[in-house]
Write a protein that binds this ligand. Sequence first.
Ligand SMILES: Cc1cc2nc3c(=O)[nH]c(=O)nc-3n(C[C@H](O)[C@H](O)[C@H](O)COP(=O)(O)OP(=O)(O)OC[C@H]3O[C@@H](n4cnc5c(N)ncnc54)[C@H](O)[C@@H]3O)c2cc1C
Length: 391
Amino acid sequence: MFSGNFKSLGESAMTIVYTREHEMFRQSLRKFLHKEVVPHFRKWEKERQVPKEIWKSFGRHGFLCPWLPEEYGGSGVGFEYSLIIMEEMSRADVDIPISLHSDVVVPYLFSYGDEEQKRRWLPGCASGDLLTAIAMTEPDAGSDLAAIQTAAVEEGDYYILNGQKVFVTNGWDCDLVVVACKTGNRPKPHHNISLIAVEDGTPGFIKSKKMEKMGRHTEGTAELVFEDCRVPRNHLLGQEGKGFYYLMEKLQQERLVAAIGSLCAAEKMFAEGLEYAKTRKAFGKPIGSFQYNSFKLAEMATEIEIARTFVERLVAEHIQGRELVTKVSMAKWWVSEMTNRVAAQVLQLHGGYGYMEEYPICRHYQNVRVDTIFAGTNEIMKSIIAKSLGL
Ligand SMILES: Cc1cc2nc3c(=O)[nH]c(=O)nc-3n(C[C@H](O)[C@H](O)[C@H](O)COP(=O)(O)OP(=O)(O)OC[C@H]3O[C@@H](n4cnc5c(N)ncnc54)[C@H](O)[C@@H]3O)c2cc1C
């Protein structure tokens, strides 16, 4: 999947090179979003539900998993197309967990699925007929993934899966969920973890609760329960006991996706703040003309520029297949904290209007709060960085 356009500027510096094809893709996505998504999105947000049909529309237009090879329904393009999708969705101010599906979950099916599994699931993933989720977190195991208790026991041609998962993005709407579970009792807990794909409708797979959240109301975050759930043994992804390794391998892209999401949100909020600072007047002057506010905006512009430079370089290096765990961890924590600073400052700049739901900054402020928590908390990111420093 590491195909794409990048330009090397030497051993340590790289950049993405955009072509006419990228620009055409961006324009057609922008048009699609403004025609089919933007006019309805606020209503969906209030209803806390995105119609499943819209996923098929994304799929029909080639906006789901564009990186998948054509034989599985994709376009065989590089990861920079995923960046374009995240950028345009943020600019259009719509939040549907497309990147979680396309760039976080489906890569597990592609990388660790056998040919039969790929033919069974991937075309639906690209068309939007099959929505995916990943369930790692449990009520008593989040950061410490090796402590999960959900377990699968072999019985003939089946695994009998029992356990509970929480905070599963897209879990409410998913047709297929990749479940991290224990399959064994080896002395080292992380050697017992396997990944099993469970289809919606499998007996014993229960979507028990749609979780109420501070923000991101269209992401169908769910609690999932597996009660003597009979999953065909050929739904195991890759090898038994290798799940922890697979998760670690894919977390690089998941955290890069998280950093990109935070960056795009910061850019969007900054644009709103700048516009507001130029138009809102107090004491007979635009509020942006007060030095305090103009300096705040100058600081935000600087930090966002630094973040974009770093993130784009990581995207280019990721496309090239480099191992970037430490740098991606740096990006994930720093960009998400910067984004939360931007959210608080832009909201403050809006005065009382910033607290009103009808102003976008109010929603953005709520939505970005989780950026420092999910995809591995920022404390865990700092632990990874500290370890790489020999600490
Ligand atoms: C909106 C949302 C969407 C999510 N989507 C998904 C999903 O799709 N799939 C999924 O599986 N999970 C998902 N998660 C779960 C998310 O990844 C976890 O919440 C996260 O990993 C933290 O786990 P926890 O909540 O159990 O916190 P805990 O692990 O209990 O941590 C609590 C606090 O202790 C800190 N802490 C823990 N260990 C250490 C340590 N060693 N050193 C220092 N500090 C530490 C943490 O940083 C945190 O501040 C989602 C969560 C949210 C809120």
